[in-house]
Design a protein around this ligand. Structure first.
Ligand code: MRU
Length: 335
């Protein structure tokens, strides 16, 4: 995987050859973004099986369970992590007694590759549905954090919409929130947009209201890390404020996410666990101390945007609009 902590300065691939390396890569945000975390965890599960004892069925399945628990402890908010681990483990358990352990391991590698490939396809479909929603009057679009190819298998969710719109000849100008404290917008989204030749302007998160007031933005689009059954959506910290600002300025706010980001077991966003990260991300941004020693810090990595501030959720199965439980269930075709 690309070590995203080094971007945009350095493009370096790292190899994860044991489960703890995958855990570390997820925890330290070398791989980040909800779908990409899920894909990494699926391959991590396979690495766990590959290093399990293939002579002893009991021990093999104990190792599988331990891999699930361990990888699941890396980050709490993006549900794609748990979705992928659950899908992998359910299939693996169902194959017990059906074939040899080496065959099961090989089958599980295929399953991880299927998750990877399906994510590519979901991103493309999200792009097509989303691009249809951006009318010709939309020129300026604001996005927050990074929901591009780096955060997914390939094309992205929110950025897939913008890439597809561009492919269809819609000349967009994308405003990119830098996304404090870890600057995924500045480091990753700005980089991805520039790679594709899309006009992009970087702003500090605190500038969004002013830029909206100046009439430069006609739509906001972000990704999501977990969406509850009522449509409340967790995404990178700062997304909620952007949604409030968008509503105050009469600008539509869209979320783009695959079905693997929905957690229909949750009635509302209040139940979404919010990751709290190390205070040094705020006091020592990229190594330099910028706050007095000993200051108290609160560093939630995500916030939840209430469904009523979201004008539509763009999924690979269609657009959910208005955002409510019925429409979510109908669009995702969950019985
Ligand atoms: O902490 P991160 O960088 O993993 O947070 C990522 C985000 O919040 C993304 O916007 C989200 O995962 C959508 S990715 C398609």
């Amino acid at each position: 995987m690309i070590d995203q902590t080094l971007l945009p300065g350095e493009i370096k691939q790292i190899e994860c050859r044991d489960v703890s390396a995958v855990w570390e890569a997820i925890k330290m945000l070398r791989v980040r973004g909800a779908p990409a975390i899920g894909i990494a965890a699926a391959y991590g599960y396979v690495i766990g099986l590959q290093s399990a004892n293939h002579q002893d069925e009991e021990q093999y399945f104990v190792a599988a369970g331990e891999t699930v628990d361990y990888l699941a402890s890396s980050r709490p908010t993006a549900v794609n992590l748990f979705w992928a681990l659950n899908r992998m483990d359910q299939l693996c358990q169902s194959l017990r007694g059906e074939m040899g352990l080496a065959e099961i391991t090989a089958r599980m590698l295929e399953e991880a590759q299927a998750i990877h490939q399906e994510d590519r396809e979901m991103c493309r479909a999200i792009g097509r549905f989303g691009a249809d929603m951006l009318s010709d009057e939309v020129q300026g679009v604001l996005t927050h954090c990074n929901a591009g190819g780096l955060a997914t298998a390939e094309y992205g969710t929110a950025l897939s919409v913008l890439f597809t719109a561009q492919d269809l000849g819609n000349d967009l100008h994308v405003f990119v929130d830098e996304t404090r404290p870890l600057l995924q917008g500045a480091r990753l989204t700005a980089w991805e947009l520039m790679q594709r030749g899309i006009q992009a302007t970087l702003i500090c998160d605190s500038m969004a209201a002013q830029v909206m007031k100046e009439g430069r933005i006609q739509a906001v689009i972000t990704g999501a890390d977990r969406i509850a059954s009522n449509g409340d959506a967790a995404n990178k910290i700062g997304t909620y404020s952007i949604a409030v600002l968008a509503r105050a300025h009469g600008i539509p706010f869209y979320v783009a996410a695959p079905s693997s980001t929905f957690d229909l077991s949750l009635m509302s966003g209040d139940e979404i666990p919010i990751e709290e990260r190390h205070p040094e991300e705020i006091t020592h941004g990229f190594g330099r101390q910028t706050a007095p020693p000993g200051i108290q810090v609160y560093n939630p990595a995500f916030d939840v945007t209430p469904a009523d501030l979201i004008d539509a959720i763009i999924t690979e199965k269609g657009v959910i609009q208005p955002v409510n439980r019925n429409n979510i269930i109908k669009t995702l075709q969950v019985v």
